[in-house]
Design a protein around this ligand. Sequence first.
Ligand code: AMP
Length: 283
Amino acid sequence: MLTIRTVGELRRVISEARSGGKSVGFVPTMGYLHDGHLALVKASQMQCDVTVVSIFVNPTQFGPNEDLSVYPRDFPRDERLCHDAGVTLLFAPDAQEIYPPGFNTFVEPGELAKPLCGAFRPDHFRGVATVVSKLFNMVQPDVAFFGQKDFQQCAVVRRMVIDLNLPIEIVTVPTIRETDGLAMSSRNWYLSEEERRRALAISRGLFAAVAEFQAGERSAKELLAIAKQHLKTVDRLQYLELVDADTLKPVESPLHRPAAMCAAGYVGSTRLIDNVMLAVSAQ
Ligand code: AMP
């Protein structure tokens, strides 16, 4: 595995691989890797000859009072995990490499960035769309892999790729969970033991709604009420919503199209998100 710090070297190594006819898969991350990230790596390895992982804690997607300065980082460990997972190239630029002095151009996502997390993190998806499009231009992958865990991010990136005519296939990989159901996240490391127990309420609530949905419930109000019963141990619930899987607009009852139930909230000072899909077949 090669660890690369600069865009110049990345371009050189990738163009060499390309000229050998190899397909390039890309997994963008903010590091502090866990099995969720590694599932994206595996998906890339199944589909592509070369897998590029980036580790970059992107400042432009954090709000002024968010956790940028304390976001967990352990580069030696991440590098070891990538090496052991058989990653071909690890791209770990510093902030100057991505945002050199004078940087002043952003990618502005539209309606899909407004609801759910967008309502609480106003510039978040602008930062995500900007850094992802920059990384896409640097890596020029054939396929890029994103986690279902960040459902709205997947929607924003898919829209961006269509709208900006980027010749990149976007693959969404299912959410990887701890054995008790908690969605894996680098931010789980912030949780105390007691908070970790309370955080389980989020996946429990969502799973309870899935169970009711599978038993035939199609009322959005009922499904949300069932999930909400479990969410009492979340300190500050930001949202619990049932949205259309494509438009991210609130669904109409009875459900008749694929929908996502999405939740975000704070347990202690840690913001957690999760979602589940309710797979009504489109009519
Ligand atoms: P992050 O490092 O949190 O920015 O995540 C990098 C990528 O890994 C994103 O595409 C995430 O959606 C994905 N990811 C994070 N957690 C999980 C998980 N538990 N299961 C699957 N993918 C995940």
